[in-house]
Design a protein around this ligand. Structure first.
Ligand SMILES: Cc1cc2nc3c(=O)[nH]c(=O)nc-3n(C[C@H](O)[C@H](O)[C@H](O)COP(=O)(O)O)c2cc1C
Length: 167
């Protein structure tokens, strides 16, 4: 089997984040997707070993922000290679919050969605959360960051906890 066939799939890069009242975190994902428009639903696939997964599960809601090409490797590294288990990714007390209370950064984000978890699907290493969109806001007209741009221009790597990790 030639797993590089999966490299032909297109996707964007997002930060999914949540606050369950005691813990907060967010991580980079390339598995954000709009599922339906009525009701407006999106999905995210989050590795069960990511700190963010447990926070979303406990909170029952999450914020989903598509990144722009303004996101450089240090920015992606903060959300995609470090863990909220030992590092506060939202240290600013004035961090923006969605209507559901989840933290997000306007910097490097094209938009933000506030999502209520309406379904969970256990797919083994990852948990798929289906979110109904309670609110949505456009934050920037900068070019959205695609996974292809991340690989070809930023020369970024795919860490083991990403759904698309090949090994
Ligand atoms: C380009 C890229 C794509 C990623 N895609 C996913 C993904 O789709 N799902 C996932 O759970 N983690 C994905 N990750 C890995 C998480 O962002 C990473 O494990 C992060 O450090 C988890 O942080 P946390 O422990 O605070 O949740 C990706 C990382 C990068 C850099």
């Amino acid at each position: 089997m030639d797993k590089s066939a999966l490299y032909k799939f297109s996707s964007g890069l997002y930060v999914v984040s949540a606050d369950d009242g005691t813990r907060k975190s967010g991580c980079v994902i390339n598995t954000g997707l709009q599922l339906t428009s009525a009701p407006l639903q999106v999905m995210v696939a989050v590795n069960k070993e990511n700190y963010t997964e447990g926070v979303i599960d406990a909170a029952g809601h999450f914020a989903l922000a598509p990144l722009t090409q303004e996101a450089d490797m240090p920015y992606i590294g903060r959300f995609g290679f470090r863990t909220g288990a030992d590092f506060d990714k939202y240290p600013d007390p004035d961090t923006k919050r969605t209507v559901l209370g989840d933290p997000y950064e306007e910097k490097c984000a094209a938009a933000v969605l506030a999502c209520r978890v309406v379904q969970r699907l256990d797919v083994g290493t990852h948990m798929v959360f289906v979110g109904e969109v309670a609110d949505a806001e456009v934050l920037s007209d900068a070019e959205p960051l695609t996974y292809a741009y991340y690989h070809s221009v930023l020369k970024g790597k795919t860490p083991p906890k990403a759904s698309s990790y090949v090994g």
